[in-house]
Design a protein around this ligand. Structure first.
Ligand SMILES: [Zn+2]
Length: 327
């Protein structure tokens, strides 16, 4: 008689038949760098997450290295903003500055540079704006320029998050002609216009000054359209695909994984983090259990890597559990 409980009778047996695992090597930790000096600015809606000025950012990067995490995703908050987001592609901008600093101490750490204009534009949109319209093709050379600038500073991976059409192709061409044929593009392909980004906008000072992002980010109701976005980005030269948000969109991750042979990165976003943290701080949930369940759920859905603000905790928990097993 078939009894599925037989293989659940002990932890040893359960661990032998376990289908999915979360590995420290698959975690990507977001880091916010802000122009200025001696700044460690807590993000109110994201407990334990801070903005760091370049002279203090190594405190955070040291923790990343100690945790055994292999990659960080860098976001910059500039001193000034303008219509054209020029801080995004300035050679001495906040992101290139931080990349050079981090690379000088930890050359082996993978630095993924987020590429977008919204942290740098006075209107807070991800593209150039004319008469209230977000321009697509006019934005592409600026994204390409930022990508080359970050790569020259030492970035290992370029991650465009703007959702303009044809940006992957524009960035690929620019990187290739600058001699960076081996720099991968991690494209935010399936990025939905989500309420879950609220806390991030506090962290990155990137809330749009007018309107919303629905003319470029995807409608949360559309799963099939996400596949079209992914297909387009792969054709244009994307090496890795980001799906964002993660938890409410596991079906999208699963569909991408079933349809395309490319590594998928799930972005466990700020709102998802904030909800778990708030409940944990109130003592309403067991934080470790909930976070690890969310992480392995994303692996089960088909994600290869996970960008998460929980990464330092997750890495510590994995090491603690490994230590217990090895003893
Ligand atoms: Zn943006």
């Amino acid at each position: 008689m078939d009894r599925t409980r037989r293989l659940r009778s002990s932890e040893a047996l359960r661990s032998m038949v376990r289908e999915n695992h979360v590995r420290v090597e698959e975690l990507i930790y977001p880091v916010f760098v802000i122009e200025g000096e001696n700044i460690v600015n807590p993000v109110a809606s994201m407990p334990e997450i801070n903005q760091y000025s370049p002279d203090r950012v190594m405190e955070e990067v040291d923790r990343v290295i100690e945790a055994g995490i292999k990659a960080v995703l860098l976001f910059g908050i500039p001193a000034y903003k303008d219509e054209a987001g020029s801080g995004a592609y300035a050679e001495n901008g906040i992101v290139p500055k931080a990349i050079r600093l981090i690379k000088a101490k930890y050359p082996e750490l993978i630095i993924i540079a987020d590429v977008c204009l919204c942290e740098y534009t006075s209107h807070g949109h991800c593209g150039l704006v004319q008469d209230g319209i977000i321009l697509n093709d006019e934005t592409l050379p600026l994204l390409a320029k930022a990508s080359v600038t970050y790569t020259k500073a030492g970035a290992d991976v370029i991650a465009p998050s703007d959702m303009m059409d044809k940006r992957v192709l524009a960035i690929r061409k620019a990187l290739d002609s600058a001699g960076f044929v081996n720099i991968p593009i991690m494209s935010y392909s399936a990025k939905f216009a989500s309420g879950y980004y609220g806390p991030f906008r506090d962290a990155a000072h990137s809330a749009p000054g007018f309107g919303d992002r629905k003319t470029y980010q995807m409608d949360p109701a559309n799963g099939r359209e996400a596949l079209r976005e992914v297909e387009e980005d792969i054709k244009e030269g994307a090496d890795l695909i980001i799906a964002k948000p993660a938890l409410g969109y596991m079906d999208v991750i699963k569909e991408i994984s079933l349809n395309y042979n490319i590594p998928i990165v799930a972005y466990n976003v700020s709102g998802e983090y904030a909800m778990v943290k708030a409940a944990a701080l109130n003592g309403w949930i067991d934080e470790k259990k909930i976070v690890m369940e969310n992480m392995v759920g994303l692996k089960r859905a088909g994600a290869k890597m996970i960008i998460t603000y929980h990464a330092l905790d997750v890495a510590r928990w994995i090491h603690e559990d490994m230590g217990r097993i090895c003893r």
